[in-house]
Design a protein around this ligand. Structure first.
Ligand code: ATP
Ligand code: MG
Length: 572
């Protein structure tokens, strides 16, 4: 490709809405352009990157025995009602849904479990047709609440999604492992630094699930990795070991103390000269359930935090929000800041984190403005709550497999997610096959997502410098650019054309920068665009020489004879 054959426009200014380097750089280099919030146009150079990633994905999916196909983006509501997910996705607010001219409700696919299950149940009736794994690469639509960071969290984005169908759990384990390996190969081949972590299956449902995280300081996901590398999990899912609170001895008589305007754990610590691990804070949430909204109370040790994903899963909630001021006042009969298990409205379910179990003489709120209770004992002073693990694991905690091994906090970008779905969808949608004994069984399913557009931007987030992008070679728009320094000099144009032609014939992934611009401006532009290898055809061409450099090591320049260009590139 000659760069003059495409509209290419780099920007000097950073786009106002770009908060992270990869977003800034992709926009400034003209790779992507925003059409609407979370919706982007991919330039010809960006499309080449996306195609290269897609090709790697295809090769590895095919190698793992999966077959490519294509499902429609538009989906009818009824299959989503069959699976029971319509209301959940509406409550989440991420479903793009619409009514067609006949009044039928539809959605634009955020994911395709319903469609694939419909497809398979109509054509697969026997165990003899199993197992299989089908995948597609396609635009997905999610009306994200906070679209941001460019392609990282788009509302329309490109995903590879695959779905495996097996006769039993053992089969699913195999299909899942094959995908696990394929994902490792894919991200390695893309030139990314990544790690697999245990994940929460979320709204998709199912049992085991693993996320693939590209490590980056600006990643949206918090992950915890044990020092010994044996444990890695998304914070949403992570478990850990924390030290127990100091023993407070036998139960003492309950005391109520005046605590004017003292509301937070920190304020209480100071007021009573106590440490936070002797208190239980009580947080009120409003959960949106399938059939109603419910306010629940969660008690957590004062020095620990609530993991809202764990709470959502416990309640099987469609959505979860902190209770608003009005609700808090209603159920506690007090101002905000004094909620506690004592004096709470009768019908409120109370959950307590397991770390509180067995603790004595606690400090808690007692639903009375400006008062707190001390030496409170569970079961004596208020009804025993349900104990559940609702704690958020943190960096510095002990790893679940060994308390003496610490967890380290890192940030990552989730580029892939693989799930064991089991029979969740096949049962809900009555998708069955006849087993060897002629008995009907639900398909055992797995699903495997990979964000193509997010992976592309993640590569930039991991590979850039002050001057611009440094594309990993396997996914660069072109591996090599041949740049004409002064396109008014015919000897430079001729030599560049020859080098470009020769490299192309030799099968090198090369483009020709034949744009007419001042050399300084061109160099700056090429730095920003980030082609891995640059061949500059300049003044030295009169002596039969050109200059080759790598974007990653801009200061190491090699003077190479025109005839030796192919060989030099091959050696880099
Ligand atoms: P997230 O937690 O980031 O919202 P998710 O868990 O909802 O993602 P999945 O349903 O697991 O995402 O989708 C599979 C893959 O699709 C993700 O691993 C990610 O790479 C990609 N992806 C998901 N949502 C988006 C988005 N809004 N923009 C770009 N890529 C996305
Ligand atoms: Mg996910």
């Amino acid at each position: 490709m000659r760069l003059t054959t495409i509209p290419l426009q780099t920007l000097r200014e950073n786009p106002a809405d770009a908060e992270i380097p990869s977003h800034r750089l992709l926009v400034r280099a003209g790779y992507i352009q925003k059409l609407a919030s979370g919706i982007y146009i991919y330039s010809p150079l960006m499309w080449r990157v996306l195609r290269k990633i897609s090709e790697i994905v295809r090769e590895e999916m095919d190698r793992a025995g999966a077959a490519e196909f294509l499902m429609p983006i538009a989906q009818p509501k009824d299959i989503w009602e069959e699976s029971g997910r319509w209301n959940r996705y509406i409550a989440d607010g991420i479903l793009f849904h619409l009514e067609d001219s006949k009044g039928a409700e539809m959605c634009l696919g955020p994911t395709h479990e319903e469609v694939i299950t419909t497809f398979v149940k109509r054509i697969c009736n026997s165990y003899k047709q199993l197992p299989f794994n089908l995948y597609q690469i396609q635009d997905k639509f999610r009306d994200e609440i906070r679209p941001r960071f460019g392609l990282m969290r788009g509302r329309e984005f490109i995903m590879k999604d695959a779905y495996s169908f097996d006769a039993d759990e053992a089969g699913l384990d195999k299909s899942y492992d094959a995908m696990d390996q394929a994902y490792h190969r894919i991200f390695e081949r893309c030139g990314l630094e990544f790690t697999g972590v245990q994940a929460d299956p979320g709204a998709i449902g199912g049992s085991a699930s693993q996320e693939f995280m590209v490590l980056a300081d600006q990643g949206e996901d918090a992950i915890l990795i044990s020092e010994d590398g044996k444990y890695a999990a998304n914070v949403e899912k992570a478990d850990s070991i924390v030290s127990p609170s100091p023993d407070q001895g036998e139960p003492k008589p309950l005391r109520k103390e005046h605590t004017p305007n003292i509301r937070t754990v920190d304020e209480l610590c100071e007021f009573f000269s106590m440490s936070a691990n002797q208190m239980a804070k009580t947080v009120l949430y409003t959960a949106v359930l399938e059939d109603k909204e419910e306010t629940v109370a969660v008690m957590m040790r004062g020095d620990l935090e609530i993991n809202e994903v764990k709470l959502t899963n416990k309640l099987d909630a469609l959505a979860l929000n902190l209770a608003d001021e009005e609700t808090i006042k209603k159920v506690t009969g007090a101002e905000v800041g004094f909620a506690g298990p004592i004096g709470l409205a009768e019908d409120i379910r109370v959950f307590a984190d397991v770390t509180l179990k067995g603790m004595t003489n606690l400090l808690v709120g007692c639903c009375e403005t400006d008062y707190h209770c001390l030496d409170v004992n569970i079961g004596r002073d208020f009804k025993e709550p349900e104990f559940v693990d609702l704690r958020e694991a943190r960096a510095g905690d002990g790893a679940p497999h060994d308390a003496s091994v610490k967890l380290i906090g890192k940030r990552g970008i989730e580029v892939g997610h693989i799930f064991k779905l089991g029979t969740k969808y096949s049962e809900a949608m009555d998708a069955t096959f006849l087993d060897q004994n002629g008995k009907r069984q639900p398909f055992v399913m797995g699903c495997y997502g990979l964000g193509i557009s997010r992976t592309a931007q993640s590569a930039v987030e991991q590979n850039f410098d002050d001057d611009g992008i440094i594309w990993p070679r396997p996914i660069a728009p072109f591996e090599v650019v041949v740049a004409i320094l002064d396109s008014k000099k015919s000897e430079q144009v001729e030599a560049a054309e020859k080098i470009y032609g020769d490299l192309k014939s030799a099968g090198v992934d090369v483009c020709l920068d034949d744009r007419q611009m001042a050399p300084g401006v061109k160099f700056k532009d090429l730095d920003l665009l980030g082609f891995p290898i640059r061949v500059v055809v300049g003044r030295k061409v009169k002596e039969g020489m050109v200059e080759i450099s790598e974007r990653r090591q801009p200061d190491t320049k090699h003077d190479v004879a025109i005839d030796g260009v192919g060989e030099k590139i091959a050696s880099l």
